[in-house]
Design a protein. Sequence first.
Length: 439
Amino acid sequence: MKIQVEFEPENKLVFNFDVGTNDNPAGKAALAKTSCYFKLPEELDIEAIHPDVLALAALTVVSPWAGRKIQLSWSISKEFSDAVLASLNKSIGPVDHRLPPRNQPVPEEGRPGLAFSGGVDSFAQLLLMPDTTAMVFAYRIPREQDLYNPEAALQAVALLQSEGRLAFCIETDMEYVRQPAGFATDLMSGAPSILLADHLGLDSLGFGTISNAAYGIGKGKFTEYTSRRVFRTWQSLLRSVGLEYFNSVSAISELGTMAIVEGSHYSSIAESCVRGKFGEPCKKCVKCFRKQLMRAHYTGEWPNDSDMSSYAKSAGVRDELVGLPIRQEFIYQQILNAYNGPNELLLLLKSRLEFSNSNTGFSEKAYKAGFDAATPLRYRAQAWQKLIQTVPPMSPKDEQEFRNYDISSQMTSLSRSEDFEMYSSTVYLIWALLKLGES
């Protein structure tokens, strides 16, 4: 693959991708566009961005489709080229042997950045970071047919700016490179932040990747995060340009991030729904359903009949609840353990979750070993003290249960049972009856 960079008027940076015969433009997600742009702040000297930084930003967008050889229209350092070969098994060049790599700023001059989304997990990560943190929102302009609505995130950025915080909206169409639209790599949401690394003096980059995703337990089985290739690959490439992962919330679940945000003045601002409007989540998607239940877990204010009817009519929620396992099953189990309300769907879900007989108390506690591995040393002590003010650390017993979490055998048994057939049939029946009532 050939990657060309262009600097256009109004500080618009464009990457063009020339696909060759040895590249892979198809797959589970196809390469839909062969270019993407970023509208960078006017005060940024676009031509002063370190060449390695440019290359890393491009790789976060297009590397899944690039073959073993990548040719750039600019030169990079040997150190970065070596890091790409070791981490992605791809040869990249040309190399300028005289070009020094980007060095991490000294502590007195550096600051962390945050790939900010405006959601609960992102706000929780922000609350664990220093006040000097620079937030960068990747602003995707919705297409006519898109359900995506960035209004809540834009309002969150505006609020942060009004508080005197350093926050940016960087317009980009990078998510449309992929079909279906979205992030092609785990680091792609940070591409605008990476491009601003020199301008802002960034020494690390934060994300809102919680333990559900980092450790795989949202899919039903623990996997050590720092041993996963995805962590080792991108941590290595970040370090090659003077950055580090700052992903403290990987040590807690979304129940932990919800607790942090609910205890802050951002509780009414943080919004994980990307389909609704500011202050008006759609209350039809899976994110809304789970986040509202999590808020209820802490506030005692459970969804009313109207909200539950909206969720029950959602095909997305329906398909979620008949999954084996349900995505984020341990979260639902922890939430509904103590639920004794009247709602038919929640009581049905609670009965289904009784088959997941693992202890899920760890879901409201922090995993110290994971926190240390994903938090830069210079910020670790302060961030940990902020975290445990709200989320207590796991005990040795909690840590063992966390690391041993695996419900695959329960799910295999459940899939063969009449109980599951009855449960799933009932979920479909509730959905069908409510949809019929709409017509």
